[in-house]
Structures are given as C-alpha cells and as structure tokens.
Design a binder for this molecule. Structure first.
Ligand code: C5P
Length: 210
C-alpha cells in the first residue's frame, strides 16, 4: 500500500508518517530531507540557493549528507524551501522518490507534493495541517529543547514565509490533493493524531476494496 502524507512545516506530518510506517510495516521516506540536503550543500559550497544553477549542481550531493544533523536546522529548512522552487531541482529528485514509491509492498512518503505529483496513484492520502500559531509553538519548543536561543515571533514569521513560498510557487505547490483527507492536528496530541491517521487509512482501504 502506498500512503502519501503532505502538509506544511511543523504540521506533524513527519511524526504521523513515521507512525503509519511502523503500524503497517512499510518503509518511510521523509522527502523534505532531500530538499534540505540540496539546500545545505548549496550553502556549504558558498552558492546561492536562489540561483538555479547553484541549486541544480548541489542535487549531486553525497548520500551521507542525509544523516547530517545540520539538516534539521532552520537555515537548512529555509534554503530547502528556496531551492525546491527550481524546476530542475524538482526534476533531479523525482526519480529517486518515484523509485521509493514503486517498492514491492508499498511505502509511506511525506512531503508537499506526494499526493499530487510523486504518487498521485496512492490509495491513501492525508493532508496534515495545523494553525500557523500552533505550528510555530511546536517548532519553538523543539528549538528551545535543542538549547537554541529563539524568539517565538521570528519562528512564526519564518513558518508563514515558508508557507507562502511553498504554496505560491509555480511548480508542485503545496496543496491538498482532491482525494486527500484533511487531518487538522491543532488540538490533537501525537497519540490522538496517529490514531486518527490510522482510522483514515483504514477507511480508505475499505473504500478502495468496495
Ligand atoms: O518537510 P520539510 O520542512 O523538511 O521540508 C523542507 C522544505 O523542502 C519545504 O519547506 C519545501 O519547500 C521543500 N519540500 C518540497 N517538496 C517536498 C518536501 C519538501 O518542496 N516533497
């Protein structure tokens, strides 16, 4: 079974995708890491993420970069959101993601365009969201927990800027697929959000078998 999980930054989609992968015994790909790796590779080479040539050259990154702790930084997230708007970058990362989808038995992928572009054939699609204030608070708590000195208002404006870039870009913008089920996690804890996600997948399975 292929499960597509999309949504904006800090919506809880990664946690939900991992939990679904564990529940159904499926491999999981966090596709945001690919764009973060490109973003970090550009920054480390002294390039400019908004320059399409610099960003495209960085798509050739060493796979060891995918486990670099620097990928989780706000700088990597910002750079990822800039490089991901270049059509040549998205094209360079497409096959790798499609190969992951085509594994026997299926897979769970999370990102921004899984249900719309990478795996439109997925029988189970979730669009995970939460208010920007709740998402900023989650990201703020996470960064504080890492010992970083952060200001809530900066985190909130960063989240809003990222939403605007991801939803407003011309190619593969962040948007709910017509056949995706909306899961708003604003008032749900991890256990409740996971339980609801499993319920949605189970209902999709019943629907597709009927
Ligand atoms: O999910 P995460 O916050 O790690 O993604 C970082 C950035 O990568 C996003 O803001 C988005 O611009 C980009 N991205 C994308 N398509 C995906 C996954 C991530 O454009 N499938």
């Amino acid at each position: 079974m292929i499960i597509a999980v999309d949504g904006p930054a800090a919506s809880g989609k990664g946690t939900i995708a991992k939990a679904l992968a564990r529940h159904y015994g499926l491999p999981h790909l966090d596709t945001g890491l690919l764009y973060r790796a490109v973003g970090i590779a550009v920054l480390r080479s002294g390039g400019d993420p908004s320059d399409e040539g610099d960003a495209f050259r960085a798509c050739d990154f060493d796979s060891a970069l995918l486990s670099d702790p620097g990928l989780k930084s706000e700088a990597a997230g910002r750079a990822a959101s800039i490089v991901s708007a270049h059509p040549s970058v998205r094209a360079a990362l497409l096959e790798l993601q499609r190969d992951f989808v085509r594994q026997p038995g299926g897979a769970v992928l999370d990102g921004r365009d899984i249900g719309t572009v990478i795996a439109p054939e997925a029988p189970a699609k979730l669009f995970v969201t939460a208010s920007s204030e709740v998402r900023a608070q989650r990201r703020f708590d996470e960064l504080k927990g890492m010992g970083l000195n952060v200001v809530y208002d900066h985190v909130l404006s960063d989240i809003r800027a990222r939403d605007a870039r991801d939803s407003g870009r011309g190619i593969a913008p962040l948007k709910q697929a017509d056949d995706a089920v909306l899961l708003d996690t604003s008032t749900l804890d991890v256990a409740a959000a996971t339980a609801r996600a499993i319920e949605i997948v189970e209902q999709t399975k019943v629907g597709s078998e009927a």
